[in-house]
Design a binder for this molecule. Structure first.
Ligand code: HEC
Ligand code: HEC
Ligand code: HEC
Length: 329
């Protein structure tokens, strides 16, 4: 009954809002319609925009609604097939959104609690993120590193420098400067997001036109630029003081949870770093607190903190990072 309304309501309302953005969204699929019963207005549910952007370029949305209702697992597999077999380009985030959308509009609700059916639950994210994770098998990792190095030299070194230190030939004229990729541990999620979307408000472009395999190789390669000895373990030392200072000074932009979600964040481009997805080395955080990040809202705070307070903050901001789970598999 609910699904019925999802299909029907938008149809009834459609003529009244003939010029709405939603119509523009699906305009491309409108041209190829032969069975107009529900295709003209795709059901509205979270993830619809990502679906329209990624899934109606090769075939019409009818392909989805011709299928029986699938459970989430099977939609994940179907979308995985679009990527692996047919070469559809998607970021991990889009995968979550699209699978969530497909389950909502043409899926079987799981028997468990409603929470499990929400897109982006931990379980679903891990399975989907796996498509962008370096394989564990050393042979495949080596292949990824080799391909990633080629791609990096061709596409990234001009800005980020041959060894990723942010000192490429174009770097002096860019603000903010290209990131030094050797001083931060990046999660797979962050890298997929950044490669797919670029960083708004900076010279960092989007790389959607690269094949999924190549994006995967770049993820592996960029992670390898951060030396293992740079992964100084986040220390809980002084974390009470760090927590206090962070709440006073940094949370206004980076959010109380360090995830970049704050009222101010919405007004800043580039946005404040989400510290759950990347872990800067302590020495680099110290440098950022001293000099700020020129060309962004991140302020220089050279004289604001005593040395021990700076160290406490540097330790504290590193505790937000969500360690990858791949090691316990
Ligand atoms: C690069 C082109 C391309 C893109 C992008 C694409 N598909 Fe497909 N899709 C195909 C091809 C090719 C087939 C097989 C066509 C056939 O058998 O007639 C297909 C078939 C399907 C089918 C039928 C079942 C099956 O397994 O063959 C479904 C469902 C489907 N696609 C869903 C999606 C969804 C959801 C997306 C967005 C994530 C998407 N497609 C994006 C190329 C694409
Ligand atoms: C035209 C210059 C340019 C090119 C080419 C470029 N980048 Fe960037 N990149 C930047 C800039 C500038 C930033 C800094 C953005 C900021 O400070 O928010 C950046 C940031 C990044 C970040 C860090 C994002 C974050 O949130 O901390 C990663 C990772 C990255 N780039 C990877 C790559 C990879 C991989 C390539 C090649 C496929 C590439 N970049 C190509 C300019 C470039
Ligand atoms: C006015 C808003 C604002 C405040 C206050 C602020 N930040 Fe930032 N911060 C930013 C923005 C915006 C960026 C993103 C810079 C970029 O994209 O390169 C950032 C980036 C960072 C980075 C990552 C730099 C990089 O290149 O990846 C660190 C570490 C950081 N901030 C720490 C802090 C700490 C610690 C405090 C408090 C002492 C703080 N910030 C306060 C806005 C702010």
């Amino acid at each position: 009954m609910k699904t019925f309304f999802r299909f029907l309501l938008p149809l009834l309302v459609l003529p009244l809002f003939a010029t709405s953005v939603r119509c523009a969204d699906v305009a491309s699929s409108l041209h190829s319609i032969t069975l107009p019963n529900f295709e003209p207005e795709l059901p509205v549910a979270p993830g619809r925009k990502a679906f329209v952007a990624a899934c109606v370029s090769c075939h019409s949305a009818r392909y989805v609604f011709m299928q029986p209702k699938f459970p989430q697992k099977q939609w994940e597999e179907t979308v995985g097939k679009m990527i692996k077999v047919y070469g559809a380009h998607l970021s991990t985030n889009q995968l979550h959104e699209i699978v969530g959308y497909l389950v909502a509009v043409n899926g079987v609700a799981p028997k468990e609690s409603a929470v499990n059916s929400t897109p982006g639950t931990v379980q679903a994210r891990d399975e989907l993120a796996a498509m962008f994770t370096a394989p564990q098998n050393p042979e495949a990792v080596r292949a990824n590193l080799k391909r990633g190095a080629e791609l990096f030299a061709q596409n990234c070194a001009g800005c980020h420098g041959a060894s990723g230190k942010g000192d490429g030939i174009a770097s002096p004229v860019l603000l903010p400067r290209p990131a030094n990729l050797a001083v931060t541990q990046f999660s797979v999620e962050l890298l997929s997001d950044v490669l797919w979307n670029g960083v708004p408000g900076t010279a960092m472009p989007s790389w959607r036109d690269l094949a999924a395999n190549d994006l995967n190789s770049l993820v592996t390669y960029v992670q390898s630029l951060h030396p293992a000895n740079g992964r100084n373990i986040a220390s809980a030392e002084n974390s009470a003081r760090g927590k206090f200072l962070f709440a006073q000074v940094c949370a206004a932009c980076h959010g109380p949870l360090g995830d970049g979600k704050s009222a101010t964040a919405a007004t800043l481009t580039p946005p404040p770093t989400n510290l759950t997805r990347e872990q800067p080395d302590a020495a680099y955080v110290m440098q950022v607190m001293r000099d700020g990040v020129p060309g962004t809202a991140m302020p220089a705070m050279q004289n604001q903190f005593s040395e021990p307070d700076r160290a406490a903050l540097a330790n504290y901001v590193r505790l937000f990072f969500i360690q990858p789970k791949s090691t316990d598999k």
